[in-house]
Ligand binder design. Structure first.
Ligand code: HPA
Length: 273
């Protein structure tokens, strides 16, 4: 297999060729039903994942699989419209390859959005929640295997996986925009099945949101030394005693309805960076 460092170089060189050496400062990963944020970017180039060497291809219909490079709130950004999930069969290393490539392009900040179930009974569907800390319950880790010291340390610490400075920016932005925003611990599972009542009951004891993404990208972001912000859109309420059948259409609709609030906050956070 080609060496990871070489793969990162090949992918980033191709993107530099396509974009005339565009240098993004901020990377973004747009979650399920949350791609509209990408439309706010004054795009310089849009590249299909299939045209980037070693990029995995997105299989989920709601994810379009494009890298958008351009300007937003006066900053150079690169956004992934379409992300990869463990349940699609990708390895944790494949899922996080684009984070490595964005870092190689020059980003120092990584902003992540996702759709998540609300475990905290005070979090309502359609509301936003800042990820304050994470629990990796995916039974896997993107850093397993050979460590490249050029990319990061063998044993990265997790004292501040999410940047306190960016959390403050997001809270301030929400206040200025008069948008309600929650804050809590995100627990990541592989999916694709939703949780059992017993699992929701257990997770409620130590987390506020549950979802099937974001954990691998945060771990690799930390390994890469990036400052990270994650915001969840609460798409359903996970009350083990009043559980309703999962309605994926409704979950995606809830994400799309909350999207304008998320977009407004992310734009303001980018202004503050
Ligand atoms: N569980 C896991 N992932 C999710 C959920 C959920 O309830 N809602 C949205 N993504």
């Amino acid at each position: 297999m080609t060496d990871l460092l070489q793969m990162i170089k090949e992918a980033s060189n191709k993107i530099k060729d396509f974009s005339n050496n565009f240098k993004p400062q901020i990377g973004m990963i747009l979650g399920t039903g949350l791609g509209a944020l990408g439309k706010e970017i004054n795009a310089k180039v849009i590249i299909d994942y299939k045209d980037i060497p070693h990029f995995p291809l997105s299989t989920v219909e709601t994810h379009s699989g494009k890298l958008i490079l351009g300007e937003m709130s006066g900053k150079n950004v690169v956004a992934m419209s379409g992300r990869f999930h463990r349940y699609e069969g990708y390895s944790m290393q494949q899922i996080t390859f684009p984070v490595r490539v964005m870092k190689e392009l020059g980003i120092t900040y990584l902003l992540i959005s996702n759709a998540a179930g609300g475990l905290n009974p005070q979090f309502k569907a359609g509301e936003l929640a800042i990820i304050e800390d994470i629990i990796n319950f995916m039974g896997d880790n993107p850093l397993i295997g050979k460590n490249y010291n050029e990319l990061g340390p063998r044993w990265p610490d997790m004292i501040e996986p999410i940047s306190r400075k960016l959390i403050k920016y997001a809270e301030d932005a929400a206040k200025e925009l008069n948008i309600k925003i929650n804050k809590g611990v995100y627990i990541g599972v592989t999916g694709p099945n939703l949780e059992t009542r017993a699992e929701y009951r257990m997770f409620r004891n130590f987390a506020d949101m549950v979802g099937m993404s974001t954990i691998p990208e945060i771990i690799v972001g930390v390994h890469s030394g990036l400052k990270i912000l994650g915001v969840s859109v609460i798409t359903d309420e996970c009350d083990p005693d009043h559980l309703e059948p999962a309605d994926i259409v409704k979950i995606i609709r809830n994400a799309q309805e909350a999207e304008p609030k998320l977009t407004a906050i992310m734009k303001k956070v980018i202004e503050k960076i």
